[in-house]
Design a protein around this ligand. Structure first.
Ligand code: UT7
Length: 331
């Protein structure tokens, strides 16, 4: 098996900043409640003409440039998203067209854990010699799938994209992964229409249904803490490492309280846990690669560092990647 490593990462956020006060004009909420219960102060919403594929392409172009890899070298593009441009074709196809990429292109859907899945699948393709250069992207425009009358969900999510360039490496850059899903709770967090079960966008009363619905936020919260902590613990054990060996934990940015609870369960010092959700919100599949890019560009990741990522979301899908960082500081 050939090893795969991350050559560079990149990210893109829409310009439009939406503050908690902005949302309190739409639903019965407050800056204080949102900051206190989630840690989020603001999130970005896509502007007109911005879609999952345009943000993905921007993030991918930045990662390719930072890696010094030509678009023509990419032989597999994996896009993780739950808010793709349209049901068909894949968002990866639009990214391929925009950037002039060739080779295979496919979307993976594991909600907030999508980038964790995509990274492992991409590294496996390099591992078995089926690909040389894999672009893994997490991208979301969830603002178009929010119910702005539902205060329990519309304050949580934001838009953005992050990307990583995977290449063969002598040392394993991706040390290992855990991928999990518990389909028994598939309806706990969902977009109930827009697919073959219910193609229509409106219910009998004329309400739009292709919006995010969360049946029980507390239940999702509890399962997120247990799932991410358990996956991280199992991954460290299986890799023969301990949390002392981890330089930086880069968790899915859903909620500051979830992140702190996961760190505490792992007995992991909070100052070694990266958090950027204050100004980004929960960007689902894009959250981990955006955070990796922010951490890298802020000088928090250097070659040789060990990075632990973990994510949890609809599916219920969750997982973790353990990464030996190899990318030099961006110029
Ligand atoms: O990406 C992965 C997917 N999603 C998640 O990870 C989300 C996981 N869940 C959470 O992060 C938290 O459960 C939330 C942030 C969604 C909610 O926080 P909570 O502390 O679990 O609040 P709660 O649902 O227990 O609600 C507490 C109160 C309720 O009022 P009552 O019944 O106590 O009077 C809610 O109606 O807060 C109320 N509430 C709000 N108040 C102001 C719920 N949302 C809001 C809001 N503004 N936006």
């Amino acid at each position: 098996m050939t090893s795969a490593r991350i050559a560079a990462v990149g990210s893109a956020l829409p310009e439009r900043l939406v503050t908690n006060d902005d949302l309190s004009q739409l639903v019965d909420t407050s800056d204080e409640w949102i900051r206190d219960r989630t840690g989020i102060r603001a999130r970005r919403f896509a502007g007109e003409g911005e879609t999952a594929s345009t943000l993905a392409s921007e993030a991918a172009a930045r990662s390719l440039e930072a890696a010094g890899v030509a678009p023509s070298a990419v032989d597999l593009t994996i896009v993780a998203t739950i808010s793709g441009d349209q049901p068909m074709p894949s968002t990866a196809a639009f990214v391929q067209d925009r950037l002039g990429l060739t080779g295979g292109a496919v979307d993976v859907q594991a909600a907030c854990a999508g980038f964790i899945y995509g990274t492992d699948l991409g590294a496996a393709q390099i591992g078995v010699g089926r690909a040389e250069t894999v672009l893994v992207i997490g991208t979301e425009v969830l603002s178009r799938f929010l119910d702005f009358t539902d205060r329990t969900t519309c304050v949580l999510f934001g838009d953005g994209a992050g990307a990583a360039v995977l290449v063969p490496g002598e040392e394993p850059g991706l040390i290992g992964s855990i991928l999990e899903n518990d389909g028994r709770h598939a309806r706990l967090l969902e977009i109930p229409s827009g697919g073959s079960r219910k193609p229509a966008n409106v219910d009998e009363e004329g309400n739009r249904e292709n919006v995010i619905r969360m049946k029980d936020g507390r239940e999702v919260f509890k399962r997120a803490v247990v799932g991410m902590a358990e996956a991280a613990t199992r991954l460290l054990e299986k890799s023969g490492l301990s949390s002392d060996d981890v330089t930086l934990m880069v968790p899915h940015q859903a909620n500051g309280r979830i992140i702190r609870a996961v760190a505490d369960r792992l007995r992991f010092p909070r100052e070694r846990v990266f958090v950027d959700l204050e100004e980004v919100g929960n960007t689902s599949a894009a959250s981990v690669p955006i955070a990796l890019d922010h951490a890298w560009r802020r000088g928090l990741l250097k070659p040789g560092d060990v990075v632990l990522t973990a994510a949890f979301g609809a599916g219920l899908a969750w997982g973790a990647n353990l990464i030996r960082w190899t990318a030099e500081a961006p110029s």
